[in-house]
Design a protein around this ligand. Structure first.
Ligand SMILES: Cc1cc2nc3c(=O)[nH]c(=O)nc-3n(C[C@H](O)[C@H](O)[C@H](O)COP(=O)(O)OP(=O)(O)OC[C@H]3O[C@@H](n4cnc5c(N)ncnc54)[C@H](O)[C@@H]3O)c2cc1C
Length: 132
């Protein structure tokens, strides 16, 4: 058990870990409301990518919510703000697959959907920002 120091992400941040009212401010790591080593490092990756994209295109491209980073950022910024608690990445955060399948096949299906959506996301970023 440990105690995190974190802000109320659903009240304060958008899906790019940017402060809603003070857009010059971004939060990454446990202070943003993510939990864990991997998630903290990943949120820093999101922030870095989003700052570059914002500078180059003047708009944001949140990660698709079907991929792990997108599912986590969507969760922490859209969940109830009352009693908000930090969250790890887990399959429960992903949007449902929309079709029944055996448990063993489900995780691979989440992965395949995430890779396909990330590909589309990347192409969109590259259209707007060729250096991306
Ligand atoms: C006991 C314990 C066990 C854990 N076990 C696990 C585990 O098994 N697996 C897992 O995934 N996660 C675990 N975690 C959670 C994980 O450690 C954190 O989620 C992660 O380290 C957060 O990374 P961070 O970079 O956001 O913050 P931190 O690692 O807390 O880094 C913040 C840094 O900012 C510095 N700092 C603070 N204030 C200032 C200031 N004013 N000016 C300059 N620097 C400042 C601090 O000194 C610190 O170096 C554990 C945490 C604890 C406490």
């Amino acid at each position: 058990m440990h105690r995190n120091t974190f802000i109320n992400a659903p009240q304060l941040l958008n899906r790019c870990f940017q402060h809603q009212k003070e857009p010059r401010l971004f939060f990454a790591g446990q202070i943003s409301g993510v939990e864990g080593y991997l998630e903290s490092a990943a949120s820093g990756l999101i922030v870095g990518i989003q700052i570059v994209l914002q500078q180059q295109t003047e708009s944001f491209f949140p990660f698709p919510e079907t991929c792990a980073l997108g599912a986590l950022s969507t969760h922490i910024t859209n969940t109830h703000s009352k009693n908000f608690q930090p969250m790890n990445i887990n399959f429960g955060l992903f949007p449902p697959l929309g079709k029944k399948m055996k448990k063993a096949a489900r995780k691979a299906a989440y992965g395949e959907r995430a890779l396909a959506d990330l590909d589309t996301w990347l192409q969109e970023c590259q259209k707007r920002s060729p250096d991306c």
